[in-house]
Design a protein around this ligand. Structure first.
Ligand SMILES: Nc1ncnc2c1ncn2[C@@H]1O[C@H](COP(=O)(O)OP(=O)(O)OP(=O)(O)O)[C@@H](O)[C@H]1O
Length: 661
């Protein structure tokens, strides 16, 4: 191919200038953020040259002044920073998209001062609101000539000598008629609060400092106390409950990232799909919708992330999602995992206290993120019926030592023996510990309860026979159980009401003959009585003698629904977006050891002796069968109006019969 010509593409400033002015930035208001950022940069740069020994004058107390002149419709921003020489104005201002930042950073080592501007465009955002922009500036350099630059929004400017004697820069905007809102002090205050609150220089309006300045996330955790974090949280999220715990991100490698992430107390009204983190870039507020920077499962966390390495678009108002952003999200997840591990090891009581709220995050994270799962799998805990060994019951009296945590949290206290109990004295365990402890009795089988109140009878039954039950009652747990079963292939979870473990049954009693004429065992007899009374082909009657030292303390009957069937029901309900319906087909386990059931046998036997037809005792026995069934069913499902009415009516009838003698 023959090359016809080689050259440089030219840009006509008349055409490109309106684009820069109007289209680059999303909202007009960011002009103030850009000008204040330039002023902060100028002050930081002065510090850097002064440290390099290139400025012999006195570095004045840094400050930025905003002045409003309503008569002349001007707004001006003055800094006492580095200023510009006439040549610098020509170089950096007259050439669009030319920033001094790179040169500067290369030449002078930064010592914590972050330079905000990089694109060389920010200054021009002032034309979004101004019909005329003027710069009056005097450089720090010896014998520098002060200059005055003026531009009316066309690509033409004037540059002339200025009589300015004060080192630094004043940028004055004569506002367009439709932008006069920026002459209102309240509007300026609000903008400074939003974008510039944590900039490290006081920003004044009429002598009043408008910004807080202290970006504590850039400090070392060693310098901060618990109260500093709480105060900061309260400042960011006023009128909210204090956070449960926080993670201080403070790292330079593989990217520079500072921040503090708080775990809030979960409330039902929190939208878990919405990011709540405020994203800053070198202390300049960028956005509070930066979902991309957080792993999805940590979205409800609050706080700030500040990183100059986050790729922003030129307008500095949005993220550009790329590999770095994804890596940062991974990094955040890792740091959160580290912090949880640290808390688990060093302050178990606090970990347990927070668990109610953070447990859901952690489980969700483990299900969604393989790396995070690896980090937290050993510190996922479950409330258990196990009361613990002697050591685990120590609580308030356990000696504690104050230690300086790795991340420098001196307030952390460390128990010498980890306390496994919460403030209500309830014990917590890991799955590993559970499986290990119960290996002998039921290897790889986990009994759990998903609703403490309605499954209380079942839990009690297990507890009395020394079978340990885990409470898995958070909304995420039904999914989490399936996840655990996929993870640990041999382990099976059974809800306390799904099946009855053979250790709960007294095998010897089952075969006892109670009817000598028919040679029927008690079990067979009871089964018959119930089958006849209930007359429900879908309900399988099973009779067992439940083990107990005190049969009166065991339930007379329980309803069982096999684990797989219940899960199928739940999935179907989820897919059809309906409430879970308790299936008609299930098992009624009648406890042959219970005195009530034994009495029932006598009652129905006496009715047989009395002869044909429905004798009063046969009727009563029938009613009691229904009643026993209803009582057992109640812990499985809520009764509808009709069932409730029938239950109450029958209760009254039974009581009347029993008291009529
Ligand atoms: N108040 C100021 N004092 C000293 N120099 C300034 C000031 N304002 C702007 N400059 C100079 O003008 C250059 C261009 O400014 P501009 O705001 O357009 O871009 P930037 O701040 O470098 O980058 P960005 O577009 O990312 O904000 C700056 O790099 C700086 O050298």
């Amino acid at each position: 191919m023959t090359m016809l010509e080689q050259g440089t593409i030219t840009i006509h400033s008349e055409n490109i200038f309106p684009i820069i002015k109007k289209s680059l930035y999303s909202g007009h208001e960011v002009f103030l953020r850009e000008l204040i950022s330039n002023a902060v940069d100028a002050i930081q740069k002065l510090k850097m040259v002064s440290r390099a020994g290139e400025f012999s004058g006195e570095v004045a107390e840094p400050e930025i002044q905003i002045a409003i002149d309503k008569d002349n419709k001007t707004l001006s921003i003055t800094d006492n920073g580095i200023g510009m020489t006439p040549d610098e104005v020509k170089k950096y201002i007259n050439q669009v998209a030319f920033s001094s930042a790179e040169e500067f950073i290369q030449k002078y080592q930064s010592n914590g001062e972050a330079i905000i501007g990089h694109f060389g465009l920010g200054f021009y955002s002032s034309f979004m609101v101004a019909q005329k922009v003027e710069i009056d500036t005097l450089s720090y350099q010896k014998d520098a000539q002060a200059v005055h630059w003026t531009c009316d929004g066309s690509p033409n400017f004037t540059l002339e000598d200025s009589s300015r004697t004060q080192q630094g820069t004043t940028v004055t905007l004569t506002l367009q008629e439709e932008e006069l809102e920026y002459l209102e002090p309240a509007r300026i205050r609000q903008l400074v609060k939003t974008y510039c609150d944590f900039m490290p220089v006081p920003i004044k309006l009429d002598g009043e400092v408008l910004n807080k300045q202290k970006a504590i996330w850039r400090q070392s955790p060693r310098e901060l106390k618990q109260e500093d974090y709480l105060e900061f949280y309260r400042y960011l999220y006023p009128f909210q409950e204090d956070p449960l715990l926080w993670v201080h991100l403070n790292t330079d490698y593989p990217f520079q990232i500072n921040g503090i992430l708080f775990f809030p107390k979960m409330r039902p009204d929190v939208d878990v799909t919405k990011g709540q983190i405020k994203l800053f870039c070198s202390q300049v507020f960028v956005s509070d919708h930066c979902e991309e920077i957080m792993p999805r499962f940590l979205l409800p966390m609050r706080g700030v992330i500040d990183s100059p390495d986050i790729p922003l678009n030129v307008s500095r108002s949005a993220l550009q999602v790329d590999r770095t952003v994804r890596k940062i999200a991974d990094f955040v997840a890792k740091k959160v995992g580290d912090r949880l591990n640290e808390l688990y090891k060093e302050n178990r009581s606090e970990y347990i206290t927070c668990w109610q709220d953070i447990g859901t995050f952690v489980k969700f994270g483990a299900m969604n993120d393989e790396k995070f799962k690896k980090q937290v799998e050993d510190i996922i805990i479950y409330r258990t019926t196990y009361q613990g060994e002697e050591t685990a019951t120590k609580s308030a009296d356990t000696p504690t030592v104050e230690v300086q945590g790795q991340e420098g949290d001196p307030w952390q206290e460390v128990n010498t023996t980890p306390n496994q109990k919460d403030q209500q004295g309830r014990t917590y365990t890991t799955l590993k510990e559970y499986l290990e402890r119960n290996k002998e009795r039921h290897e790889n089988r986990v009994f759990y309860c998903s609703d403490e109140a309605s499954q209380a009878t079942y839990v009690e039954l297990h507890k009395k026979q020394g079978l340990e039950v885990l409470f898995m009652d958070s909304f995420i747990d039904s999914h989490f159980i399936s996840f655990l079963e996929r993870e640990y292939k041999d382990v099976k979870f059974s809800r306390v009401d799904s099946e009855i473990d053979k250790t709960l049954i007294d095998e010897n009693k089952a075969a006892e003959i109670v009817d000598s004429t028919t040679n029927k065992t008690r079990s067979e007899l009871i089964k018959e009585i119930f089958e006849k009374a209930l007359n429900k082909p879908n309900v399988t009657i099973r009779t067992e003698a439940l083990k107990s030292d005190n049969p009166q303390g065991t339930p007379p009957a329980i309803v069982l629904l096999p684990e797989f069937m219940r899960r199928l029901q739940e999935i179907t309900a989820l897919m059809e977006q309906k409430a879970v319906q308790f299936p008609e087909t299930h098992t009624l386990l009648v406890n042959t050891s219970h005195p009530l059931i034994q009495n029932l046998v006598s009652l129905s036997q006496s009715s047989i002796i009395q002869g044909e037809g429905q004798s009063p005792s046969a009727e009563l026995a029938n009613m009691i069968c229904h009643h026993v069934y209803d009582l057992a069913l109640m812990s499985q499902k809520a009764f509808d109006a009709e069932a409730m009415k029938a239950f109450v009516e029958r209760s009254n009838q039974v009581l009347t019969r029993l008291t009529s003698k």
